[in-house]
Design a protein around this ligand. Structure first.
Ligand SMILES: [Ca+2]
Ligand SMILES: [Ca+2]
Ligand SMILES: [Ca+2]
Length: 586
């Protein structure tokens, strides 16, 4: 298949920029200090005995939490600074100080003496021109994440036009591979490097004379790779989101696009799956970025490759497409199991070009994004930096954040990543209907990844209900809905049989709700020509994030036709090892 609209980027311009002074920001963390201030007229403290009683209240409160507290000094505002004998989390310190304040009416305020650290603000001279990374919405709040991780230990595959060995990128690149086939007979896509598949994934230029919209070389893969992993804090050029990660360039687009068969092979290989005739990938990617697409329903070729990549532990991030239409019609954004990303502009409203709809998982900045580039209009010439716009630019923001999350918590399962990307996302500051669940927030996502730990949180009621909303209704739970379902689960008082049946009832209720039918009209039994068929198709997509395999599809379809036991099928799905494996060890 030829993909004429294969590259999801638009207008661009070369830039020459001046350096500005760096921003300064701070991030909060754990502490082993608290601050307590008494009211200026605190009568009791005016006597030695009174002061001793007040101090005793502080040490007693600390003791109750297994801490020894000792006074250090009086600060510049007349408050006492206390030390405790071990680090407390922010939440723990907050609880201690609230207890101290509650126990003594003469306490004016008590609060954690939080440790501030300079948030890494890179010295790259063009960083001030990358508002997409800055803390202020709709920036992705990268500096807060950089306090915790820069992506070290994670490989991110960029399946694209290949790469240029740009001076502000090369140090973070792995070798990669070139999957663009050379055909001995007529083809609509040309490798332009003189051969077919080979181990040199460099981009020789992808200018396309036959396409009036895509005449000059795009250097698309180099731009996308720079957003994720430009060399950072090196005093040169731009900053990359996951600049501690390694970029695996997988060349799948040549002149005038790329064939889906080549792209799917690139996806599989990137995840570590064997591809005939190609050496095995010894650095499998945990994140695969696909800033490409074309119109149509998801091909089996893509669905199978993506499902296999997910099974190997790779998060697949895809641009939603630039057709200002429903992303349900854009492939591979519409394939099960991907994280489809829409674009917002500098105001946080949907970019005029961005696709939208329930297929979209979340949104990221995608307009005038500055990254690494080349000055050549056909063949490569020299390093440059350029602004580009498109959902092609949004997807690598999410891919970069996913890499930061996996670096901070390498045990995260694929859909723990996608779930936390959603739950930690920010509200849209502007009108972004159809942009998915929210705006990606790197700092919040990394904190959520660390807090997730090594457990499988699908066993927890709140996570389970929230995930049902993500999987079935493609949105965050409203407070009323969440409270209602949590009430049902809490009423079980921990009884396992009650919890199990209540979980099935909630899952089935949401799956068969009117809201669900509005998203998937074939799930409306009144109008669906074959409801059981649709039920099986959709339950696989919603709960296992893939299409049914032939054996499983036939089995469940036959079972439903014989029994109409929808609750039985739902029970099988949400208790299956495959469902559980999405969120951690089964
Ligand atoms: Ca080649
Ligand atoms: Ca090559
Ligand atoms: Ca740099």
């Amino acid at each position: 298949m030829t993909m004429h609209s294969s590259i999801h980027s638009r207008a661009r311009g070369l830039v020459a920029l001046l350096a500005l002074s760096p921003l300064i920001a701070f991030g909060a963390s754990d502490t082993d200090r608290i601050i307590v201030r008494y009211r200026d007229q605190a009568a009791a403290r005016k006597t030695t005995a009174g002061a001793r009683v007040a101090s005793r209240r502080v040490t007693d409160a600390a003791h109750q939490r297994g801490l020894n507290a000792s006074p250090l000094r009086t600060d510049g505002r007349g408050a006492q600074v206390w030390a405790v004998d071990r680090k407390m989390t922010y939440e723990e310190a907050l609880a201690l100080t609230k207890q101290i304040a509650a126990a003594d009416p003469e306490v004016e305020y008590a609060e954690p003496d939080l440790i501030m650290r300079p948030t890494l603000v890179p010295n790259d001279p063009y960083y001030p021109f990358q508002p997409d990374l800055h803390p202020i919405t709709p920036g992705i709040n990268a500096p807060a994440a950089w306090d915790r991780t820069s992506g070290t230990g994670v490989v991110v595959a960029v399946a694209d036009t290949g790469y240029r060995p740009h001076a502000d990128l090369a140090a973070n690149l792995l070798g990669g591979y070139d999957f663009v086939s050379l055909w001995p007979f007529g083809a609509s896509v040309f490798p332009n490097d003189g051969d077919g598949r080979d181990s040199d994934a460099r981009d020789p230029g992808d200018w396309c004379v036959s396409d009036p919209n895509h005449q000059t070389s795009s250097w698309h893969g180099t731009h996308v790779a720079g957003t994720i992993g430009a060399v950072t804090n090196n005093g040169v050029g731009v900053a990359g989101i996951a600049h501690g990660a390694r970029i695996l360039p997988v060349r799948v687009l040549g002149m005038c696009g790329g064939y889906s068969s080549d792209i799917a092979d690139g996806i599989s290989w990137a995840a570590g799956l064997p591809i005939s005739g190609v050496p095995n990938n010894v650095t499998p990617a945990r994140v695969i970025n696909l800033s490409l697409g074309g119109p149509g329903s998801c091909l089996y070729t893509y669905a199978n490759a993506i499902s296999a990549a997910r099974s190997k532990g790779a998060v697949v991030v895809v641009s939603a497409g630039n057709s200002n239409g429903d992303a349900a019609n854009a492939m591979p954004a519409n394939c099960p199991g991907v994280v489809a990303v829409a674009s917002v502009n500098a105001s946080g409203t949907r970019s005029s070009f961005s696709n939208y709809g329930p297929t979209v998982a979340l949104a990221a900045p995608g307009e005038t994004i500055l990254s690494t580039y080349n000055t050549g209009t056909t063949t490569p010439v020299g390093d440059a930096y350029a602004y580009s716009s498109g959902t092609s630019m949004s997807a690598p923001h999410v891919a970069g954040v996913a890499a930061l999350m996996l670096s901070a918590n390498p045990s995260l399962a694929v859909d723990a990543v996608t779930s936390l990307l959603r739950s930690s996302s920010r509200a849209f500051p502007g009108d972004c209907t159809g942009c998915g669940i929210g705006l990606v927030d790197a700092g919040a996502a990394v904190n959520a990844a660390i807090a997730y730990g090594a457990a499988n949180r699908i066993d927890e009621s709140t996570f389970f209900v929230q995930q049902l909303y993500f999987d079935v209704l493609r949105r965050k739970p409203d407070s009323g809905g969440l409270a209602f379902y949590m009430g049902l689960l809490n009423a079980c008082n921990g009884n396992p049989a009650c919890l199990a049946s209540t979980r099935v009832n909630i899952a089935l209720g949401l799956f068969q709700s009117q809201e669900s039918q509005a998203l998937y009209p074939d799930l409306n039994p009144a109008t669906s020509p074959n409801y059981n068929d649709a039920f099986v198709t959709r339950i696989y997509q919603c709960f296992l994030q893939r299409n049914f395999d032939p054996d499983g599809g036939v089995t469940w379809y036959s079972y439903l036709n014989g029994t109409n036991d929808y609750a039985g099928v739902m029970t099988a799905f949400i208790t299956s090892p495959e469902y559980r494996k999405r969120f951690g060890n089964p």
